[in-house]
Each structure stands twice: as C-alpha cells, then as structure tokens.
Design a protein around this ligand. Structure first.
Ligand SMILES: [Mg+2]
Length: 288
C-alpha cells in the first residue's frame, strides 16, 4: 500500500505565530486546508478529552456523535488523557472507542466484544511516598490549589487542581506547582485544569505506541493518524504527529507551548472536535 501524503508534501506557509513554527513547514493552519486525500488516508484518531471533546467540562452531543461516526467510518478512535485509570476503565468499556490511554501514558485499556485488555507501565519503587511528600509541599506553598477531585481513582500520578473545582489560579501559581514536582525529580505536565506529576518512565506517546501494537494489532503510523488536543500537555503529541489538530481554545495556551498543532479548528472544545471529525469524513473514505 502506498504511503499517505506526508507533512513535507504541504507547501511552505508563513507561520501566523512568530517563533512557534514546528519544523519543517507549518502550524496552526485552518483545518479546512487539510487536503481531501490526507483526510481519506487517516486510519487512527488519537484525541485528548478535557477541553478537546468537552466544552465547559461536559461532552456536547455533537462531540459524542462524532466519536461514534468516526468509528463507524472505520477510523480507530483512541482517547488519550491525563484522567485516572478508574475513569479509563469506564471509557474503554462503554464508549465507542478502540482504546483509552490514561494517566498521561501510565496505562491503556481496550474493551471489544466484552473482553477487557489492559497494559500498564512499570511502577517505580517508592513513588507513592515521594508523591505524598510533594502533595504536602504543594498545598503548603501554593495557596488556592487542591488535590484533584479524581485523585482517588488514580493508580500512578498526583493531580493538582488549579481551575477545575477551585477558582482559577494565575500562570505564576501553575509554575510554582510544577516547580515543586521538578525539585523532587518528578515529571510534571500542565493540562487545562490540572498539573499532573509522576515518577516512572512513561508518557502518552510511548503508551500510544504500545496500545497500537498490543491492543489494536498494528504499529502506530503517525502519517496515517491525527492527534487532537488543546493544551501544553499535548505538546509532545503535537510534535510527534505531523497531522496534529488543535481545537480553537488551544490559542489560550500558546505562550506555554514550544510546539503548536499543524491545524486548528474554528470552534472550541467539543464543537471543535466535531468539526475536525466532520472534516475527515466529508472527504469520503477509501474503499475497503
Ligand atoms: Mg485537554
């Protein structure tokens, strides 16, 4: 089978946001500019959940319908999230998706025909005790933040809420939360609502590769996949996927991102997600 169109096939274009160009050619282009043949070549849709499929914390009907429509059209949908393992169990069982990668790549679940399959990253010894120490320091040093409400359902990481159930904290406070994790040697990632920190050698991209190989039955093909996201914790995925797409609210975070998505939707959140799926499906699907 011939390879699909590659990023280098696109003509060079002036980048709208100076200094943020993802080499080699483009970032933040209107999604309507994605050529039909590229849309038709997509086999897998990887997507963030919070503020990418959701709008204001809820899934709009058109976003959920878009997940189902993509699957019905033969596109494997893989949810990729910082949300807890407990949530991922539910998502994998009940949503029309092929797999769920959770806790920023610590685990991946898939449930097809009633058969649940799970893969997990190796656990780092002593991680729980070190995270408990970080938790106390963050709460002491950054007034206004809180341990996330979904912490009880997490297996690997510590999530600090800076604007899901607490009044939004300024950028400077988010930076101080990250700094506490960093000085203890933990990895820390900023989503649109939480700072997630963990010990252990895992990330979203490496778990997506494992999920493809071990749960979906084939290697991850970045040129035949899209990744949708909205915030700084999506940057490694925007970098890894030539056909990355940001929903419109990604513009709020560009000051904290070293790499921007190749394309951007007109609509924000779940409506942006639905717009992206519609763009892919409008091009038609290849036979077979
Ligand atoms: Mg998000």
């Amino acid at each position: 089978m011939p390879a699909g169109p590659r990023r280098s096939d696109f003509p060079p274009r002036a980048d709208p946001i100076a200094g943020k160009l993802c080499p080699p050619t483009m970032s933040m282009r209107p999604l309507d500019e994605m050529p039909d043949e590229v849309c038709r070549s997509i086999r897998t849709l990887f997507t963030d959940i919070d503020d990418t499929i959701t709008t204001g914390g809820k899934i709009p009907p058109e976003a959920y319908s878009a997940v189902a429509a993509a699957r019905e059209a033969g596109i494997a949908v893989v949810l990729v999230t910082g949300r807890p393992g407990g949530w991922c169990d539910h998502l994998a069982r009940m949503w029309p998706v092929s797999a769920v990668v959770g806790e920023n790549g610590a685990l991946a679940f898939s449930c097809e025909d009633g058969r649940m399959r799970r893969i997990r990253a190796p656990r780092e010894p002593g991680a729980a005790a070190k995270l408990a120490l970080i938790r106390e320091e963050v709460l002491r040093e950054v007034p206004g933040c809180a341990v996330s409400a979904d912490q009880a359902y997490r297996e690997y990481d510590l999530a600090i809420d800076f604007r899901e159930e607490v009044p939004p904290l300024p950028d400077e406070a988010i930076g101080r939360i990250v700094a506490v994790f960093s000085r203890h040697g933990a990895t820390a990632k900023v989503s649109s609502i939480h700072v997630n920190g963990w010990f252990g050698d895992f990330d979203k991209l490496s778990m997506c590769r494992r999920a493809c190989a071990e749960l979906l039955g084939g290697a991850l093909e970045p040129d035949r996949a899209v990744y949708l996201g909205d915030s700084p914790n999506d940057v490694p995925m925007f970098r890894a996927f030539p056909l990355s797409i940001g929903v419109a609210n990604v513009r709020e975070w560009v000051h904290r991102m070293e790499c921007l998505p190749a394309f951007v939707t007109r609509a924000a959140g779940g409506q942006g997600f639905a717009e992206a799926v519609d763009r892919l499906l409008r091009a038609g699907r290849p036979p077979g």
